[in-house]
Design a protein around this ligand. Sequence first.
Ligand code: APR
Length: 258
Amino acid sequence: MQGDSDQLTLDPDLIKDLRDRLALARRVAVLSGAGISAESGVPTFRGSGGLWRSHRAVDLATPEAFKDNPKLVWEFYSYRREVLIKLAPNPAHIALAGLAGKLKDKDSLTIITQNVDGLHQRAGSKKLLELHGNIWRVRCTKCGVVTENHDVPIEILPFCRQQSRHGRCKGLLRPDIVWFGEMLPSGIFEQACNVAAEADIMFIIGTSGVVQPAASLAEYAKENGTYTVEINPEKTPISGVMDKSITARAAELLPLII
Ligand code: APR
């Protein structure tokens, strides 16, 4: 079915329809991408801000880049921490954080995010599936232990301080982020599929829909009877499949719906 493409002219019927659906929903899902953080000032990956010291972000977010030059990759992630620490959740993150408390069951909202910036958590959202990890966690390449680390800047290169009976681990730490070519944390995508299929309504917010497997969740939801609503100022490969594809900025529209 061809989805409706609604220019956001503050169509009251559209807003009312989405509010009514939320009021009746037993389960609500969100799939968010870099676009939901754009209005906080976080550069998207494929937009103009995706460059750092002439490197494309996507070229540094790889296991090969880390193996070849862990110092450069850590300098890149330390830079991103320095950018992020000055930014704040925007009205879109805040509206979603408030949505949970407005539903019949506050545990009925699950946010599946591709973002690693931690802004959903900072806005107060609790039930999150972080498909691509989180920039505020580090993982030891030797012992595998994952720990929270909010150092800004972070020491370059950071080493593991886990104690064991053999003494301190001292393994090289890496960002706990899923890089291109790497598998998602085990089980998380299956969980995301269940959330997408069991939801009554799913909002797909600020994602270009080009990176798999996350991008397949929107169509999977639709195939399983979930009412799918895309919110993006641009059209994407999934726009034509969604039940509603709304051309709008997340920080503009979400506060009106929720
Ligand atoms: N509101 C909603 N959407 C927006 C806004 C906004 N204010 N501003 C931009 N967008 C949209 C863009 O139109 C684009 O479709 O957000 C999308 C951002 O796309 P990408 O930069 O490709 O980000 P994303 O889809 O999250 O990338 C997926 O790819 O780089 C990897 O792992 C990384 O998680 C990332 C994944």
